[in-house]
Design a protein around this ligand. Sequence first.
Ligand code: GLU
Length: 288
Amino acid sequence: MAPDYRGRFAPTPSGPLHSGSLLTAVASYLDARQAGGTWLLRIEDLDPPREIPGAADIILRQLEDHGLAWDGPVQYQSQRQAAYAAALDQLHAQGMAFYCTLSRRQLAERGGHHPGPAVATSPGPNRAVRLAVPETTLHFDDLLQGPQQSRLSTEDGAFVIRRRDGFYAYQLACALDDADSGITHVLRGIDLLESTFRQLWVLDCLSRPRPQYGHLPVLVDASGEKLSKSAGAAALGNDHRDNLFRLLSLLGLAPPPPLRHERCDAQLAWATTHWQRNALAGHRALRD
Ligand code: GLU
């Protein structure tokens, strides 16, 4: 394994972690630790209207309670505005970014597809900044899901990198943060697979290296609904050892039953040795 593996977990503080988000944290932690790598924590507090006060601190405590110790200081996107502004300037200077006043409704009337810089407007307040997309097909090899491809121009088209309310968009911030932190491996939920193509394009435009991506299956309930959507079912219990043991089982690790009663750090040490990323290959959902 590469000695310079740098992974990360990047939760949005819109509420406490639930089983599904903790599963992602555990998988990315194990993948990094097994490789002898670094595991960073980034709080994606980019969108104040969606955030719950205190949620970021609760998330940090939940990770600690489950033995998931990160390396170095926690990064907060709210403190990275200057970096996002510089990237936006670069994209404007390259002629890739443009202002746009089309509302979500107007876009829906056009079939949800953005026509690109042809509808650009002059700079000004209360308008979004979008990134033009290429006509070509983007490709990457997913660590878990195999070869992937998408043509952004035939999907939703040019996408928002700064919102009309002035907040930077997740696609810009996430891609830039991963690049600036030297992240080499991004393991996250498969619900973000489509975002990956946008983030690859942001990185390509900014001439920054691409990390490797692996999209993990999401936790679903018996009816196939993503667990985070049915909040009650996804809530974590107070028994941290039991929570962790259950997640290790869901990840296909078959932990020996007595491990359920051991401290979280002991469970994680066992799991780091036995982790097999490939056991999840091709899986898009895990039934809780
Ligand atoms: N902040 C995103 C979320 O909580 C995840 C971003 C990522 O892992 O790239 O869904």
